[in-house]
Design a protein around this ligand. Structure first.
Ligand code: WT7
Length: 651
């Protein structure tokens, strides 16, 4: 255990190490730890020269004059350069054999399939860009995209980027209220939506939500509607147009605009478990460069690969690793519209088998659901095409990591646990699969060019294995540029907590080998008898018990200890809730971590409240544990019935 002088105590002790499989390293882009450390050293010693060398990999209409202008907290990368991300994702592949390669293989939830080659995707994007132009969209205008996970979403993003219009993708699961806030905050001129989308067999009525929202969004002049489900929708004359009708009347050529490196590419509102959503602004060249490089390094992309990132395009993972990163690398991207358990809990494994997916990137929350549904579902399928597995979004507990490795990867596929944020734009800490030995539960080391540290509140680097705040010490090309319309909040939130560095808001520790262990959001940290514990570690200990499927740990104010630990626990299929089991779990945590972390209270529940991106909303659990009711904002909650159940289970 770490010393009491640290800020956040780390109690997880994981000793297993898995070196990259030899045959994987032999065929990898980066083949050894030495090769990777050389890159890291080069980037560390002369970052600007390093990034300039890397930037040769993307297409420029005009090269930059200055690599970086850094006036804390504002960075400008590749100043004076001109490029276009849509050009880099499409046009660049057309003079090569990739022209006829599948860019997108899409599967709808009801089972339809569509494939678009790079040439076909290029044509669709050009046509939609012409549609946008005709609708009066110009460079710098904001366009809201509220669509299901269908190819038209990627087409619309690439069409906006082609013209220099700034897109704001709003996740299709959000309500009309969330839509109003986001459309108004960005001042969007146009909304692109669909009649509806499919989720777990029922129709999500997107157009109806847009109709509701557009009553309160004065900047919106028009609405373009994709026909997806075929449901009847109301179309307002002079405002609403069908996508397919507009696409028939335009030319299929549209040159990509030559845009400044710092041209605003998109705004994306963070899912955030607390507070008002923030419009994270990303710009063009630096974002493109880092999506491109990290995709290549971390997923070790090969031209033959079928790559599947299961994230919705409505989140940053979908922006960077479904659309921009893989397409700029000329990769074949698999997209699936629907739920993992529709019609049955083996839909993902079916898709992997059917399309022979090679690279699979998903979230710990999904992995925990797979564990809960039972391993007989994946075991029914031939997953031998897989060669690499990835995770993102939360700390993954070692138990889930081992299950992923053994049941899905058959102990053959390396796992890349990738730490990053909406604000970082691209992966920051991750194994490079042919080079980095992995440890279950650690995102391992920062990528080349990324200077990460763990500090105290006062900005002092902590010692090995001491917990603290995760910070980034130098600007990086794909970093957030500001919070849309609120630069002061940008400065405060990220650059004022600890002087001179970017404050990620996560707790972490770095072990003696330089491996980072993310301990969860610092607002999820609990303070017991003056010791601050990361909730993720207590949760890991609980999940390591055979009866536990998932858990969320929160603090309840306690006169004696400062905080008492309350653990919400869902059980694996065959296990039954009982007082004996509660006692056993409390003992189990005490044994795994120490008496300090023993939960004061265990509550069994069928489900945990999550955001639509799958993050557990500990804030709500905290309220339930403390006062028995919820007063705060719940608009990002995925399933409201969970709250009702939690309340009644309490009685
Ligand atoms: C927060 C960012 C980045 C795409 C998805 C979420 C947590 C993310 C990991 C990981 C531990 C992780 C952090 C981070 N997180 N990846 N590999 N290990 N924690 O994007 O909604 O901006 O959330 O997700 O707490 O700060 P986001």
């Amino acid at each position: 255990m770490s010393s009491v002088t640290s800020n956040i105590e780390s109690v997880l002790n994981e000793e297993r190490v898995f070196p990259p499989p030899e045959d994987f390293s032999r065929n990898a882009g980066i083949k050894s730890e030495e090769e990777y450390e050389r890159l890291r050293a080069e980037a560390h010693d002369s970052p600007e020269t390093f990034w300039a060398r890397m930037a040769e990999e993307i297409h420029w209409f005009k090269k930059w004059d200055t690599v970086l202008e850094w006036n804390l907290p504002h960075a400008k990368w590749f100043v004076g350069g001109k490029t276009n991300i849509s050009y880099n994702c499409l046009d660049r592949h057309l003079p090569t054999w990739r022209r006829n390669k599948a860019a997108i293989i899409w599967e709808g939830e009801p089972g339809e399939q569509r494939t678009l080659t790079y040439q076909q995707l290029h044509t669709e994007v050009c046509r939609f860009a012409n549609v946008l132009k005709r609708a009066g969209i110009e460079r710098g205008d904001r366009v809201a995209l509220y669509l299901p996970l269908i190819p038209e979403l990627a087409i619309a993003m690439l069409a906006c980027a082609r013209l220099g219009a700034t897109h704001s993708v709003i996740f299709g699961g959000f309500s009309s209220t969330a839509l109003i806030d986001r459309i108004n905050d960005a001042g969007c001129k146009l909304v692109v939506t669909a009649d509806g989308g499919w989720r777990r067999g029922s129709e999500v009525k997107l157009k109806a939500a847009v109709d509701e929202a557009l009553k309160q969004t004065p900047t919106v002049k028009g609405c373009i509607v994709v026909r997806r489900t075929g449901a009847r929708v109301s179309m307002q004359m002079g405002r609403d147009y069908w996508w397919h009708e507009l696409m028939e009347t335009v030319d299929s050529n549209c040159a990509a605009e030559e845009l400044d490196s710092e041209h605003p590419l998109y705004i994306l509102y963070t899912s955030g478990t607390t507070g008002k959503p923030k419009g994270i602004l990303h710009t063009t060249a630096g974002y493109l460069l880092q999506c491109h490089l990290t995709c290549k390094w971390v997923f070790d992309l090969k031209d033959e690969d079928i790559y599947w990132c299961t994230a919705d395009i409505g989140w940053v993972t979908g922006h960077s690793y479904v659309v921009y990163g893989p397409l700029s690398n000329g990769t074949t991207v698999l997209m699936y519209e629907g739920a993992p358990n529709y019609p049955e809990p083996d839909r993902f494994w079916q898709i992997i088998e059917r399309h022979r997916v090679n690279i699979f990137y998903t979230a710990p929350t999904a992995i925990r659901a797979f564990i809960k549904w039972g391993e007989h579902w994946p075991l029914k399928h031939d997953l031998s095409s897989l060669r690499l597995l990835g995770t993102v979004g939360e700390p993954i507990n070692p138990e889930a990591w081992m299950w992923y490795r053994e049941i899905i990867g058959k102990a053959r596929c390396p796992i890349v646990d990738t730490w990053w944020q909406t604000e970082t734009g691209a992966i920051m800490i991750s194994p490079v699969p042919g080079a980095t030995p992995t440890k279950p539960g650690s995102a391992t080391k920062p990528l080349p060019g990324i200077e990460v540290d763990v500090m105290t509140r006062s900005g002092k680097t902590v010692g090995p294995n001491e917990g603290g705040y995760l910070v980034i010490k130098r600007p990086w090309p794909s970093m957030v540029r500001t919070i849309w319309g609120d630069d002061e909040r940008y400065r405060k939130q990220y650059w004022s907590e600890i002087e001179g560095v970017y404050f990620a808001g996560d707790g972490a520790r770095c072990d003696k080998d330089g491996y980072f262990w993310i301990m969860g959001r610092v607002d999820d940290v609990i303070n017991v008898s003056g010791h601050r514990l990361g909730t993720a570690e207590v949760e890991s200990a609980l999940v390591s018990h055979e009866a536990v499927a998932e858990s969320a740990v929160v603090a309840r104010p306690d006169e004696l200890k400062g905080s008492a630990i309350v653990a919400f626990v869902t059980l694996e299929g065959t296990h039954k809730a009982s007082d004996d089991l509660k006692e056993e779990l409390r003992r189990h945590v005490a044994k795994e971590i120490g008496a300090l972390a023993r939960p004061d209270e265990i509550r069994f529940t069928d489900q945990l409240p999550k955001t639509r991106s799958g993050k557990i909303m500990r804030r709500l659990l905290r309220e339930i544990a403390t006062s028995g009711s919820i007063a705060g904002d719940v608009t990002t909650l995925e399933d409201f019935s969970v709250l009702e159940k939690l309340r009644t289970e309490e009685e």
